[in-house]
Design a protein around this ligand. Sequence first.
Ligand code: HEM
Length: 507
Amino acid sequence: MELFSLQTLLLFFLSLYLYLFFLSLYLRPKSTTGFKSYPLVGTLPQFLQNRHCFLEWTTEVLSQCPTNSAVFRRPGKVHGVITANPLNVEHMLKTNFVNYPKGIRFITLLEDFLGRGIFNSDGELWKVQRKTASYEFNTKSLRNFVIENVTVEIQTRLVPMLENAAKSNRVLDLQDILERFAFDNICKVAFNLDPGCLGGDGTAGGEFMKAFEEAATLSSERFMYALPFLYKIKKLFDIGSEKRLRKSIERVHEFADKIIRLRMEEKAEKKEEDLLSRFIGDMDNSANSAEFLRDIIISFILAGRDTTSSALSWFFWLLSSRIDVERKILYELDTIRTPDRKNVGETYSFDQLREMHYLHSAISEAMRLYPPVPVDTKACREDDVLPDGTTVGKGWFVSYHTYAMGRMESVWGKNCCEYKPERWLENGVYNQESPFRFPVFHAGPRMCLGKDMAYIQMKSIAAAVLERFEIDVLEKDKCPEHLLSLTLRMKGGLSVRVKERCVALVN
Ligand code: HEM
């Protein structure tokens, strides 16, 4: 207890000293672009005032900048550029890819949670994981596997759960359900393990899910410290949020270690290939350690669990006040189902899912406005000039702001803030957008590996749910608050009631 008081006191005085020291500096961003006028962004007081509504604040600032890019300065030599300009995005993610790795700052902040998994590595370490993983994502069998898994999860877990809730008129947290679905799915696909999170009484895996969420949120909060090294002091003394982070990471590690242990025990007789077995296979020939396998597992859980569930939660919320869009989706499902004499409730094949152009557009449009990964950050290796004239110093961070890009008139026109699935369609066919204007799945050599898999999963769930149930979002007129985490989650979840539809649905 005495020791704790001493630590707290020390920490308090150290923080106070540093805080006053930095406040006393006059932090004015210097003009580093060819443009004379651009807003003062990123001074310490501004940052402190706005960090809790970071996305909205930075979107507002970027929309007022001549080229939709702004310079950002914080104490602790944190200098950087935030951009919502597609030309800059193409430059950093593709044309000059080698100059924009994740970088040491990003990697260090997330290392306790993600280790050196694919999301948190650069250079050779990234390349080898990308190569090994991409075999799994490129094969046709993966798609079939996803279809089989998704179908089973929908038929045996999701639909029965919604039927029961409809009967009892129970309020559900749809975001939580979608996360459980995605978690079961990614574990099955990547590690051939079924945690049954969505099944039973809905409590299985609860502790792990909570720990995982907490670890992701607390890790991302490290980016938001006014004084970036403050978290290190808290970590050193094992207090506050850093203590909670340590504990939640321990629980996440326990889960991942169990997967590895089980797999090692089965290894001798196991012939089936999955993502984990590919990495274990690699392990025989190289120095891949159990710790590295753990990092890989955690990265894939993050990729698979938090992204599709985020996208679908925002999609269902947007749909709740757009009956016109819902009707068009139902109409499309009807036109696909009828020629194949399918009944409502039968799941769709891979080819039928590909025919769903309107649903594809409606989901893409939801992600345009609410991208699951709203901001993505790289580090600048050597001094550079971005295509819009902004100069970037060596060691600066450069973030492309996908959330803001969806709200830029310069990118999407006057109606940029409107939810309008039609903008994606040309003669009724989904029109692929440039990944630099729509970097929701990243772009260039590090483009998301799971994009196709994600669409298959999201379309299957949306189709199955919408044709069987009416979703009544409890506070549909209020935009859910964001939770600042690695992905764009809804604070407090998405409360809904469901009702079974009883007729053939569309005129
Ligand atoms: C709506 C769903 C999804 C979205 C919006 C999305 C978005 C992204 C983004 C923005 C990145 C780049 C992140 C970074 O810079 O580190 C990324 C990378 C990645 N995604 Fe996805 N993702 C989705 C679903 C999935 C799924 C289901 C998987 C499969 C497990 C997956 C696997 C990956 C992998 C392995 C990478 C790392 C690629 C690399 O660094 O080379 N994603 N994703």
